[in-house]
Ligand binder design. Structure first.
Ligand code: DHB
Ligand code: MG
Length: 241
């Protein structure tokens, strides 16, 4: 019955979901010095505090292991926090290729990734992803998209081209505190997120869902998709970015 849940279920408050997030993080994710150091260095270098929350980073890590991924593509390195989590999930011989537009971010990430002991399995490609992606060679087994939201549809198209049937795609920040369904929310970022979700829905190369998240970073969400064996491509109504 519509309405029943809201009558009987408390509405989450920031204090409530932060307490739950801290409980789950302490219990199931844990803390370690290399990751804490990566976050501290990112903060002191003035990078924005927008790395994924620990519980969400652990989800990415588990998806790599569940998929048996050996070749990972990350679009948007920032300070390397998620990169370290992805790299730690790889089997011997596995590799993460991560694209970062901002040279300062790439330098911070390089140090943190090396300090975490996974430097030998991470290649940072510094440059705009739109320029780097055409130079890469697939197939990648898992693609994590977490860069400029304006280009999500472009990055999804590349994820399909550089993937294979079965490739797992994860897109960060698809809910944006509910702004995706707020008709008054305009702006290039939220519009880019909507175009990406619409491409996931319309393009037969993808089968997708999305989950809302309430974690240390607030109310947001992940889209999760698999690349199908379709060989047709949706022609988007709007430009890819
Ligand atoms: C922003 C970007 C992110 O990737 C994120 O996880 C949170 C916020 C942003 O650009 O505002
Ligand atoms: Mg993000």
């Amino acid at each position: 019955m519509a309405g029943r849940v809201s009558e009987t279920t408390p509405v989450p408050t920031p204090e409530g979901w932060r307490a739950v997030d801290a409980y789950l993080t302490d219990l199931l994710v844990g803390h370690d010095e290399a990751l804490a150091h990566a976050v501290r260095d990112q903060r002191s270098a003035g990078l924005p505090p927008i790395e994924v929350a620990p519980v969400s980073a652990k989800l990415l890590h588990l998806l790599v292991r569940i998929a048996g991924a050996r070749r990972i593509l990350e679009i948007g390195t920032l300070g390397g926090y998620s990169t370290i989590w992805l790299a730690r999930a790889l089997p011997a011989g596995g590799r993460v290729t991560t694209c970062e537009a901002e040279p300062r971010n790439a330098a911070v990430a390089r140090r943190s990734i090396d300090r975490a002991g996974v430097g030998d399995r991470v290649e940072i490609r510094q440059g705009r992803a739109a320029d780097v992606l055409p130079t890469l060679e697939g197939p990648y087994d898992l693609v994590f998209i977490d860069a400029d939201k304006e280009s999500n549809a472009l990055y999804l198209d590349w994820a399909a081209r550089l993937g294979r049937p079965g490739t797992v795609i994860v897109v960060d920040n698809v809910v944006r505190a509910g702004r995706i369904v707020d008709p008054t929310a305009t702006g290039s970022q939220v519009e880019g997120v909507r175009r990406g979700l619409e491409l996931l829905a319309a393009d037969p190369r993808f089968d997708a869902t999305a989950l809302q998240t309430l974690d240390a970073k607030g109310w947001d969400g992940f889209a999760i998709a698999v690349v199908t064996d379709a060989d047709t491509v949706a022609v988007p109504e709007a430009p890819l970015h």
